[in-house]
Ligand binder design. Structure first.
Ligand code: TMP
Length: 222
């Protein structure tokens, strides 16, 4: 049984990843390509509990190291329970976020650095690497304005100072964005960078083109 393909989608919050993963799954479905869709954090019963803990705890100033450890705890469970069994059965795994998110958000955004993330990935995840990573990276301005809208909604809900929150988010997202670019430059063979403020259809076309090529090369289709 040939091993399946491990495909991850990455990008800032609001980059359109979730829409694109749904479109890609529908495209695979039409072609009879055996696949599963999963996400991180989450994707297993334990992972969903870790996800809830992560989201709840954020407002209570979760320490960056705790946040990173929980991301890896979630990932170890997802690999053991969902990802590895599917790959071993020859299936395509479409995963919404993986370790690049930890490197970008905790390594970059929270300033823990790349090395600790890569070391933990080796230790906890057996250094499992995606075959292909689709990185959706609209301009930082577009990403920031999306993040601001979200923050504005959050500010309304929580009553926090809007400007201070926005400023923190600017610096944070800027570091996440830069780290994603760094990862793409470091691993050009794995990471397909889809840049610019493109429409949903345009991004889908670029994704399908990249995936089609890879499927042919990997012998999953002709
Ligand atoms: P999602 O909204 O794409 O499901 O992701 C939830 C949030 O978790 C998002 O803001 C990115 C963040 N995240 C990290 O900070 N580190 C990680 O390793 C992962 C997987 C997600």
């Amino acid at each position: 049984m040939p091993r399946g393909l491990f495909i991850t989608l990455e990008g800032l919050d609001g980059s359109g990843k979730t829409t694109q993963i749904k479109r890609l799954a529908a495209w695979m479905q039409k072609r009879g390509l055996d696949h599963i869709v999963t996400r991180q954090p989450g994707g297993t019963a334990t992972g969903d509990r870790i996800r809830a803990l992560l989201l709840d705890s954020r407002s209570a100033a979760l320490a960056p190291m705790t946040e990173m450890a929980l991301m890896f705890a979630d990932r170890a469970q997802a690999i053991a329970e969902v990802i590895e069994p599917a790959l071993a059965a020859g299936r395509i795994v479409l995963c919404d976020r993986f370790t690049d998110s930890t490197e970008a958000y905790q390594g970059g955004g929270r300033e823990l650095g790349s090395q600790v993330v890569l070391d933990l990935h080796r230790l906890i995840c057996g250094n499992l690497q995606p075959d292909i990573t689709l990185l959706l990276l609209p301009s930082l301005d577009a990403s920031l304005s999306r993040a601001r809208n979200r923050n504005h909604r959050q500010t309304q809900q929580t009553g926090q100072d809007e400007n201070r929150f926005e400023q923190e988010q600017d610096a944070f997202y800027s570091r996440v964005w830069q780290k994603y670019r760094e990862i793409a430059a470091r691993e050009p063979n794995r990471v397909i960078l889809i840049e610019g403020n493109l429409g949903i259809d345009e991004v889908h076309e670029q994704i399908v083109e990249a995936i089609s090529e890879h499927l042919v090369t990997a012998g999953h289709t002709s």
